[in-house]
Design a protein around this ligand. Structure first.
Ligand code: F6P
Length: 548
């Protein structure tokens, strides 16, 4: 199979990039009044405007040719059909099945996926009703008031991000807290004001072996038993979500309190499974169903819309264009909604753990860039922090602006102030301001010509900086579900085009293995192994010696 860079479609894009990179987007807009109409599309619950990229219709045609020759549609269909496209782990990739209400048969290794999903959803629903309704009682007969979710990575970031995003819809029935870091500060702070009699822990770990989660889970049990004193009470206060029932039971969770995950759900795509329990406990099961419904709407769109009208595909192709053909190797996520303040952290795992790879499906080193650095912050705060660099820095960083027509919490005058900035920033990044415009402005303000010449170069914004704009009606469970699914499918499409295995994460293993060995060496009586390099060895020795 030819490498991606040997494909005619790839080379045609490369040649086209060389031509178009001399153009300015501002001129492209001036030349064509229909640019927005041509380069925007409506997908379920989200308007996507990708017109502020350095593209023409020819660019789009060429990008679509690349998507076709890379067989994006055929791989997409394989994913939905449950084929084992995660080849390095020999697994299907079926997070889409978690939000698909259909009864169409879908089997993996002889197991009926539809009934597995429905069964776990029904169990979640029953648990949520019991706990929120006050029927689930703690060991002294009191109602549960607080949920502590213990998990990390995909077993934390999704539920945490969604809980924050939908905070405006909480009804106060239950408080939800998240503990992920093995730094004891976090669990100590979280538990400080909680009461073991009214606290329910959800230990979320697909493998049930993750060091951070197990350490926190053990501390949670110790904290609980310190007051409860009797291990038999654990079953009223500990629930597990895992694909490793044996380990969860060995840990001490009662079998009936274990919710299943399956190996066909990747951790970073798992918030739709029982990993999402804290969301449902916090907001009610109906809202969790709305989240699933929004994601399913986007799944249907991704599965059926023609490529040129397909939001995840076009978002992915803009990323490939900027990254691989225009050489932009970072990408910012800028939500103009305070409630989406954890979105960038969540997407960092989703995108970078999925597509942060350097070898192709055959294990050969790729000679093009895979995932760009994904980072971001809530838009308006970022404006007063790093946007200087977005507007005038030497690195051009493409960005996604995400905003809503309606605020989640209306406060007079606020939303228009927020959205005025939202619209202004991408316009400024696209148009920029030339030296002549700066001169004219300063002259009109009455500045002396010599002073103008001193500062004019510093005030120039070159513009021509690419952005996508995504607009929701309002951040609610349904639109949030669609938004997350949109990005999940963008990641999928890019993984196919980059020919990388998006659904494994071997790159996180080496550090974990080394940490295990080092943790043993940190014991006072243990010696530090010679095999370490002199930096690591001396740092460990310094740490040990400096302990009082
Ligand atoms: O960081 C690696 C990773 O395996 C992630 O992929 C995963 O989401 C996280 O650790 C947590 O894993 P688990 O759910 O098995 O505890």
């Amino acid at each position: 199979m030819p490498s991606r860079t040997e494909l005619t479609a790839w080379q045609a894009l490369q040649a086209h990039a060389n031509e178009i990179s001399t153009r300015h987007m501002s001129d492209l807009f001036d030349e064509d009044d229909l640019r927005f109409a041509k380069f925007s599309l409506q997908s379920p619950n989200i308007l996507l405007d990708y017109s502020k990229n350095l593209i023409t219709e020819e660019t789009r045609t060429k990008l679509l040719d690349l998507a076709k020759v890379c067989e994006v549609e055929s791989f997409r269909d394989k994913m939905f059909a449950g084929e084992k496209i995660n080849r390095t782990e020999d697994r299907a990739v079926l997070h889409v099945a978690l939000r698909d209400p259909s009864d169409e048969p879908l089997e993996i290794d002889g197991d009926d996926v539809r009934s597995q999903v429905k069964h776990e959803l029904a169990r979640m629903k029953a648990l949520v009703a019991q706990v929120r309704g006050g029927d689930w009682r703690g060991y002294t007969g009191k109602e549960i008031t607080d949920i502590v979710s213990v998990g990390i990575g995909g077993s934390n970031l999704g539920p945490l991000m969604v809980t924050e995003a939908l905070a405006a819809y909480q009804d106060g029935t239950l408080n939800v807290h998240y503990v992920s870091n093995v730094d004891g500060f976090q669990i100590a702070e979280t538990l400080r004001d909680l009461d073991p009699e009214t606290t329910l822990f959800v230990i979320a770990s697909k493998t049930f072996t993750t060091l951070e989660t197990m350490t926190n889970a053990n501390s949670a049990v110790a904290w609980f038993l310190d007051k409860a004193e009797d291990k038999s009470y654990i079953n009223r206060h500990f629930i597990a979500v895992s694909s490793n029932r044996t380990k969860a039971m060995e840990f001490g969770v009662a079998e009936e309190n274990i919710f299943d995950m399956w190996d066909w759900v990747g951790g970073r795509f798992s918030l739709w499974s029982a990993i999402g329990l804290p969301i449902a406990l916090n907001l009610g099961f109906e809202m969790f169903e709305e989240l699933l419904a929004g994601a399913h709407e986007m799944d249907d769109h991704f599965r059926t819309a023609p490529l040129a009208k397909n939001a995840p595909v076009m978002l992915a192709l803009m990323g490939v264009w900027n990254n691989n053909f225009l050489g932009r190797h970072a990408h910012a996520l800028l939500p103009y909604d305070q409630c989406l303040h954890r979105l960038a952290a969540y997407m960092q795992q989703a995108e970078m753990e999925s597509n942060g790879k350097s070898v192709n499906w055959s294990g050969e080193r790729i000679d093009y860039a895979s995932v760009p650095l994904i980072w971001g912050e809530v838009g308006i705060n970022g404006q007063h922090a790093f946007y200087q660099c977005l507007h005038q820095g030497t690195q051009i960083v493409p960005a996604d602006f995400i905003g809503s027509v309606e605020p989640t919490v209306p406060v007079k005058g606020h939303h228009d102030a927020l959205m005025a900035n939202f619209f202004a920033q991408s316009e400024a990044m696209m148009r920029g301001i030339s030296a002549d415009q700066v001169r004219a402005e300063l002259t009109a303000q009455g500045m002396a010509p010599e002073r103008i010449e001193e500062i004019v170069d510093h005030k120039v914004h070159e513009g021509n900086r690419p952005t996508n704009t995504l607009m929701l009606q309002k951040v609610d469970a349904r639109s949030l579900g669609s938004l997350i699914a949109l990005y999940e499918h963008k990641i999928f499409v890019q993984g196919i085009i980059w020919e990388v295995h998006s659904f494994d994460q071997w790159g996180v293993e080496l550090g974990k293995v080394l940490a295990k060995g080092i943790q043993a060496e940190l014991a006072p009586e243990a010696s530090v192994a010679d095999k370490h390099d002199s930096s690591t060895r001396n740092l460990i020795e310094y740490y040990k010696k400096s302990q009082s």
